[in-house]
Design a protein around this ligand. Structure first.
Ligand code: 5GP
Length: 208
């Protein structure tokens, strides 16, 4: 049996980047990855399943996890706590499995410091207008929440340059984005002109 450890793949992206669909595609296409289910104090959305999408806990329970050192990282986002339970991630890595963390920017930077070996990937929508369209179409949030998420999205997209890789998730091409991430794992991915893309995105955003 190989004793090679697995690696952490940290995937971030603003709301509306389609990162959830891309991750589902990766897990469907490859058996080399497991997904780490986060804990959150956010109330479940319709269709959310406890233990599958998140471990839904109250603030008191979450603070207990933090105090007991059970979180690999955590952050507050839109007034709710989100965090990665340590034990699952460590046991998977020890068994040689690669683990996907789908987390926001502050958490990703905490991981980068703690685990320099982790691969960080930022998924972005193809344009500002497409980002607005996706957020409005989802309509699971109030317009105030959408406004907050757009504001956070700008901050997050500015942080994209601190990631090892930037993957553009074009409309109806989540399968291609998943292939790109699998290619990163296989060492076959070729970087393009993503920083220029991000600069244009930020310009369009700030012009609004
Ligand atoms: P949502 O409420 O849309 O499910 O998630 C909001 C944000 O929290 C997303 O950017 C998502 O990536 C992030 N997130 C989910 N789980 C975690 C986690 O365990 N840690 C951190 N830092 N962020 C997370």
């Amino acid at each position: 049996m190989s004793n090679k450890k697995g690696r952490l793949f940290v995937i971030s992206g603003s709301s509306g980047s389609g990162k959830g669909t891309v991750i589902a595609e990766i897990l469907r296409k490859s058996d080399k990855f497991h997904y780490s289910v986060s804990a959150t104090t956010r109330p479940p959305r319709p269709g959310d399943k406890d233990g599958v999408d998140y471990f839904f806990v109250d603030r008191e329970q979450f603070e207990l996890f933090i105090d007991n050192g059970e979180m690999l990282e955590y952050a507050e986002y839109c007034g709710n706590f989100y965090g990665t339970p340590k034990s699952y991630v460590y046991s998977q890595i020890e068994q040689g499995m690669n683990v996907i963390l789908e987390i926001e920017v502050c958490g990703a930077m905490q991981i980068k410091k703690k685990c320099p070996d982790a691969v960080t990937i930022f998924i972005t929508p193809p344009s500002y207008s497409e980002l607005c369209r996706r957020l409005e179409e989802r309509a699971t949030e109030s317009s105030e929440d959408i406004r907050k998420r757009l504001e956070i999205a700008l901050t997050e997209i500015k942080a994209a340059k601190d990631y090892d890789y930037i993957i553009i998730n074009r409309a109806n091409e989540s399968s291609k984005a998943a292939d790109d991430i699998i290619a990163i794992y296989e060492g076959k991915y070729k970087k393009n002109d993503e920083p220029d893309f991000i600069n244009k995105f930020i310009n369009d955003f700030t012009k609004q």
